[in-house]
Design a protein around this ligand. Structure first.
Ligand SMILES: Nc1ncnc2c1ncn2[C@@H]1O[C@H](COP(=O)(O)OP(=O)(O)OP(=O)(O)O)[C@@H](O)[C@H]1O
Ligand SMILES: [Mg+2]
Length: 456
């Protein structure tokens, strides 16, 4: 094992933290271990400082300049000491992890944590989801697929930080295990999964959906109905004789007459239903969506439809899949919602929000998993975010977003603004402690690099 230093006692070591004089290489965030009676005490370097006794007093520079005190360069260099502060995480004894109940003895050697120790501490699973490598340790981070997928995942980061790339890795990992992945794709970034996996690409409005198979809220949100228009629509839904938009139109006419709705209201509702027909939304065209093992379905949402219609389509697809799963008609699946802030606006009503909240809240019981990616934390629905058991936080600059994440990620959140692309702080149920992970290379190419601005 690599020795990196020796425990010192200038500040007496406690069971929660200690200091060691650095001899080797260690940086904040690194894991170290110290042998104690109960096993290996694992700690994380919280900070490193450089001390030099010659230069420790104020006024020393002036004295140096005046030649009053002039240690040689060699003396100065030999007096330099680097001291690391480490925070204890746990004691690993064989495969079990105890809380850190023993402080290390001063004078003990501190080692860079061994792979087996880290695997035990972090609860990494052999043969698990290969997310990447532990940053600066190189250890393969394999996460228990049950814990990762079943409890949902949020991928957060500034634009260009690697969210879509990471979602691609998650989709690959699901598909490798036979778990179908459905990707709500705004930018045509995911069709490249077809280089290695079975992929079905469908335009969102070519998935067979009609009023009879979606909630009235989807229709109302898609067409931005007012409250009274919604009232009429809901009554028409109960009255409709068949599942189609035409059945709904006829029912609306009958209901408006029976309950004395104003003529303008009826006309406004009919106009909205016809608008859907013109946009070919919820017209029942296309094939119903049934998932099959190991297959990816890439749903193209970049159709140029109004936001409400796009959100309603995405929501209706999520709803359809979830209800199908609940009824045992669909296999367990992973639903990936990239650009999730567009589907999960914090303060606006949106059917996509209702549907994704349903999957987030109830999916765990039925094997309906969710991965959401967003460049915004503020403005993203808190319900869904809090249901995501694992947070994968990539580089993030916005102070308001960072402030929001701080309670979830703890003090490590301060590392986020300076993370390189593709390095993520992973925290939550899938890892024992928040860890920095260098997300692995894709097995298929990333479709989201964008066209070059300048020809070469
Ligand atoms: N783990 C990684 N390994 C190698 N390259 C990566 C990795 N993650 C991201 N990249 C590269 O960084 C660039 C940006 O990544 P990506 O498209 O995933 O960003 P994004 O966060 O989805 O951005 P946006 O918010 O604009 O959608 C891509 O060109 C991609 O190839
Ligand atoms: Mg992206």
């Amino acid at each position: 094992m690599d020795s990196v230093g020796i425990v010192i006692a200038r500040r007496p070591p406690s069971e929660s933290s200690f200091e060691f004089e650095l001899e080797g290489d260690a940086a904040p965030g690194d894991f170290v271990e110290v042998p104690v009676e109960a096993g290996a005490l694992v700690a994380r370097v919280a900070g490193v400082r450089v001390e030099n006794q010659y230069l420790a007093e104020s006024g020393v520079v002036r004295e140096l300049r005046l030649g009053l005190r002039m240690p040689s360069a060699a003396a100065l260099a030999s007096a330099e000491v680097r001291v690391a502060r480490a925070e204890a995480l746990g004691i690993v004894s064989g495969a079990s992890v105890l809380p850190p109940i023993q402080p290390p003895s001063p004078g003990s050697r501190v080692y860079r944590a061994a792979p087996e120790t880290l695997r035990a501490l972090l609860g990494l699973a052999e043969g698990g989801v290969e997310l990447g490598r532990l940053w600066r340790h190189g250890l393969e981070v394999e996460l228990d697929p049950e814990r990762l997928f079943r409890h949902h995942v949020a991928v957060l980061g500034s634009t260009g930080s690697g969210k879509s790339y990471t979602c691609g890795v998650l989709a690959e990992e699901a598909l490798e295990r036979g778990l179908p992945a459905v990707i709500l794709d705004f930018h045509g970034e995911y069709a490249t999964l077809g280089e290695r996996y079975r992929v079905r690409s469908v335009r969102a409005n070519r998935v067979k959906l009609e009023p009879g198979s979606v909630s009235p809220d989807a229709i109302a949100d898609a067409t931005e109905m007012t409250d009274v228009q919604r009232d009429l629509l809901y009554l028409a839904f109960d009255e409709a004789e068949g599942p189609s938009l035409e059945d709904l139109e006829r029912a609306a006419e009958r209901v408006a007459e029976r309950y004395g709705f104003k003529r303008e209201t009826l006309l406004a509702v009919l106009r909205r239903l016809r608008m859907l027909k013109a946009q070919r939304v919820f017209t029942g065209e296309g094939e119903p969506l049934y998932l099959s093992e190991g297959e990816a379905v890439v749903v193209d949402l970049g159709l140029g439809l109004p936001g409400g219609a796009t959100r309603a389509l995405a929501g209706a697809i999520a709803w359809w899949l979830f209800e199908g799963r609940r009824a045992g008609e669909q296999p367990p699946f992973l639903l990936v919602a990239d650009e999730a802030h567009r589907l999960l606006p914090q303060d606006e009503q949106a059917f996509s929000k209702a549907a994704l909240r349903l999957v987030a809240r109830e999916g765990r019981k039925f094997g309906a998993s969710l991965a959401v990616a967003s460049q915004r934390v503020v403005g993203l629905d808190k319900d869904v975010l809090s249901q995501c058991g694992t947070k994968i936080a990539l580089r993030m600059d916005s102070p308001t977003d960072l402030a929001m994440l701080k309670p979830l990620l703890g003090r490590h959140a301060r590392l986020l603004p300076r993370l390189p692309t593709g390095v993520a702080l992973v925290a939550g149920v899938a890892v024992g402690y928040p860890v920095l992970v260098e997300v692995r290379k894709r097995r298929t190419s990333h479709g989201g690099s964008g066209a070059p601005l300048f020809a070469r």
